[in-house]
Design a protein around this ligand. Structure first.
Ligand code: C2E
Ligand code: MG
Ligand code: MG
Ligand code: MG
Length: 276
């Protein structure tokens, strides 16, 4: 267990490491190796249309199975990858693998689906990001229409820069969605100025939507906003029927969550595609 390994708080090695725990340093080394050895794979979670139950797309989620430490969850290694800059090569690997896989499914004859890939703000801050996306699309020969990039509201710390960057990416023909919507910086008033296709309502509002009037009010407000701006909406983290029913009554049309399916391995996702 990674958590129990390096709780020692003593200062060691170089001054620049002061802030890092031994655990972090070890994990950082492992992460570096894992990127070189490509020890990652992607799982895919279906996005579903409420009225038909049909698949409308899928989200790629990176998985790291460490040979000794076992599965390390993204919430543990993504922040570390961001701090160390390793998110840039890791993120490029994820993007390429996702696009390759999507293209492969299309070539096998499955109906084309939009695949969403998460982009961290650190990747977007990297000067080569637009070029990287362009290159990966060319190399994998995936039609950009079948790629969606999920970004979080944290990029809107600098709204003007975010708007022009997203516009550049969107000009490639790629779709943009705002992940974890409602938890961050975006104010409802400036969403209309941003080149965005979809808002993903954060799972924290869905989790207690059936028990908490404030959550339900926020969800309704997002749905109203999106409708008036002709932006698509999807709810994430739907686990039960009560949540689903409320969302459906409120006019939400798409969702993602354990109620429909957990993230699946590529093999299992392909079976899911076959059953569509
Ligand atoms: P996210 O992009 O908001 O992804 C949704 C997370 O919720 C995923 O966790 C997914 O497995 C989980 N989830 C889906 N449905 C349900 C549900 O009904 N109930 C609950 N409790 N959870 C559900 P995961 O895979 O552990 O990823 C966590 C976060 O790590 C992601 O949040 C995303 O921010 C980040 N992440 C994952 N893969 C990547 C990646 O390839 N690149 C980057 N930059 N970040 C990634
Ligand atoms: Mg996401
Ligand atoms: Mg999310
Ligand atoms: Mg998230």
């Amino acid at each position: 267990n990674v958590k129990d390994k390096g709780r020692s708080g003593y200062a060691f090695f170089h001054p620049e490491m002061e802030e890092k725990s031994l655990e972090q340093v070890l994990l950082e080394n492992e992460l570096r190796k894992a990127i070189e050895l490509e020890q990652f794979h992607l799982d895919y979670q279906p996005k579903v249309d409420f009225s038909t139950g049909e698949l409308v797309g899928m989200e790629a989620l990176v998985r790291w199975d460490h040979p000794d430490l076992g599965r390390i969850p993204p919430n543990q290694f993504i922040p570390l990858a961001e701090e160390t800059g390793l998110i840039v090569p890791l993120g490029e690997w994820v993007l390429r693998r996702g696009c390759e896989q999507n293209k492969e499914w299309q070539e096998k004859g499955h109906s084309p689906m939009r695949l969403a890939v998460n982009l961290s703000v650190k990747q977007l801050e990297h000067p080569g990001i637009v070029q990287t996306i362009k290159k990966v699309l060319q190399e994998t020969k995936l039609d950009p229409n079948w790629l969606e990039l999920e970004v979080t509201e944290s990029i809107f710390a600098d709204v003007e820069h975010a708007a022009s960057l997203l516009q550049e990416i969107r000009n490639l023909g790629v779709h943009i969605s705002i992940d974890d919507f409602g938890t961050g910086y975006s104010s409802f008033s400036y969403i209309k100025h941003l080149p965005v296709d979809t808002l993903k309502i954060d799972s924290s509002f869905i989790r207690d939507i059936h028990q908490n009037e404030e959550s339900q009010a926020i969800v309704k407000a997002v749905l109203t906003l999106a409708k008036s701006l002709s932006i698509n909406v999807i709810a994430e983290g739907i686990e039960n029927k009560e949540q689903f029913n409320l969302l459906n009554e409120d006019g939400c049309q798409q969702g993602q969550g354990f109620l429909f399916s957990k993230p699946l391995s590529s093999q299992d996702f392909e079976k899911y595609l076959q059953n569509q």
